[in-house]
Design a protein around this ligand. Structure first.
Ligand code: AMP
Length: 454
């Protein structure tokens, strides 16, 4: 199957060729004809499967007949959860439309609202926006009455981030007859509910198994003590000569701490999280893409928007607090059919969290140790009652998010005790240490360089 056969026009075929796309991906084959036929669609597709072109190409074709500048109106909105993803979509749309006279603008927070308003007056056909910034423009009088196509990308993520209100507010402002394209990487009841509100007789496209990870990604977990994680990470990057690696932490604070530790090991690192300005995040991302930075440490907020070609390694320094985020994180590698490797570093607290992830992705992740970084077998979680935790994990009906909010597995992660006698379960509380701390053990690191388990 070729792009020509999908009915795309010459200016788009030219752009696709220049981008080096030879054959359409599965989602593109299925979505492009439906979008051209003006159908509403509800598509679940894995991250990195070519979703942007699946909606972007036919959308551009549908809007190709633009009027003169003075009568120009915004005819399509693409809403996505994060600034990075919106900017990425904007850049892709510019690439796709380079031989057309369709104009796109990106409206995200962190940029001046007034200059965006001025830009909109110059004759824009398509806006790509985050929900919050879109609402700000709507409140300032942005006219949505000429919208023909409304796209929600990563709708599940938008709902997880609490943007349901914004989407529900925008929807009634759109003209009665418009086409809606809803894309979600993962299934959820919330998404299904939203689809009922937004879509009219949608064509349903499911290109992947529920919440499955991309087949070409090799997934592995290394068991390691929390205080050795930074050293193990530096060791893996150094000894395996990883050229470019994206590292995920659970919190902004641990991202900050980790970067300091890795820099001490002489690694060139960048950091992206919610406290960084948009300009700073973009600069870091560009440096990473250009290879000026070898290691990019990010929190989940950044994980959706990153599209770095042929990114070979993703490392979960800490598992995400929501299992579905694991799918999004590892989706940064193995994009468009390429090979990738996703490594998770698991400490004693995460032994159980990984089971939630395995349940979501429907497969077991092999667990190994790296020679010299084997976990101390006498180390136990201080917060448990392990028996209770284990039983909890045996019950499939236990909902992970409830546990994540309330259970010892997430709330009492700060304590570790060293047990000399495994039978002394009763006095665990007395022996707790105050705080988990990341310590780089440089001696251990350099001494163990010669051997790994893999
Ligand atoms: P996306 O899922 O839209 O983020 O796309 C993931 C990556 O695949 C991007 O780097 C795209 O440029 C690339 N891509 C999209 N469609 C194709 C295709 N048909 N052939 C090769 N690469 C593609």
């Amino acid at each position: 199957m070729s792009f020509e056969k999908l009915g795309l026009i010459k200016p788009l075929l030219g752009a696709i060729k220049e981008l080096g796309f030879e054959h359409p991906t599965v989602i593109q084959k299925r979505a492009i004809p439906l979008v051209l036929a003006k159908e509403d669609i509800f598509a679940t597709a894995q991250t990195g499967t070519g979703k942007t072109a699946a909606f972007g190409l036919p959308l551009l074709q549908r809007l190709r007949n633009t009027t003169a500048n003075e009568d120009r109106a915004i005819r399509a909105i693409i809403v996505s959860p994060t600034r990075e993803l919106s900017i990425q979509i904007f850049e892709d749309m510019k690439d796709f439309s380079k031989h057309m006279s369709v104009e796109c603008a990106v409206l995200v927070g962190g940029k001046d609202l007034e200059s965006q308003q001025k830009l909109l007056k110059t004759g824009i056909d398509i806006i790509i926006a985050t929900p919050g910034r879109l609402m700000e423009h709507v409140e300032k009088g942005l006219d949505l009455s000429k919208i023909e196509i409304f796209v929600l990308d990563e709708a599940d993520r938008m709902l997880d981030m609490g943007f349901a209100k914004e989407i529900r507010k925008v929807h009634p402002l759109l003209p009665k007859r418009h086409q809606t394209l809803l894309f979600a990487a993962t299934f959820s009841d919330k998404v299904r509910k939203l689809s009922k509100l937004l879509l009219t007789k949608p064509a349903f496209i499911e290109t992947s198994k529920k919440n499955s990870t991309v087949d070409t990604i090799n997934q592995i977990a290394y068991m390691v003590d929390a205080d050795k994680k930074a050293a193990l990470l530096a060791y893996l990057i150094g000894s395996r000569n990883y050229p470019q690696v994206l590292v995920f932490t659970r919190t902004k604070a641990s991202a900050d701490t980790l970067v300091l530790e890795l820099r001490k090991d002489g690694l060139k690192c960048g950091i992206i999280h919610g406290d960084k300005t948009q300009a700073n995040r973009q600069k870091t991302l560009n440096e990473f893409k250009e290879g000026k930075i070898k290691v990019l440490v990010a929190t989940d907020i950044a994980s959706r928007g990153l599209d770095i070609e042929e990114l070979p390694y993703v490392i979960n320094y800490e598992l995400p607090s929501v299992p579905e985020d694991y799918v999004h994180r590892v989706g940064r590698t193995g994009r468009a059919g390429r090979d990738g490797e996703a490594i998770s570093l698991l400490d004693v607290y995460e032994k159980f969290d990984i089971k939630d992830i395995e349940r979501v992705i429907g497969m077991k992740i092999p667990k190994e140790t790296v020679a010299g970084f084997e976990p101390d077998p006498t180390l136990r979680r201080a917060d448990t009652d392990e028996v209770k935790l284990k039983n909890e994990h045996k019950k499939p009906e236990v909902k992970y998010h409830k546990r994540n909010m309330k259970s010892p597995s997430s709330n009492k992660r700060a304590e570790v005790i060293k047990k000399t006698d495994a039978s002394k379960k009763t006095d665990t509380k007395k022996k707790t240490e105050p705080k988990r701390k990341i310590v780089t053990n440089k001696k251990t690191f350099s001494a163990k360089k010669s051997k790994t388990s893999k």
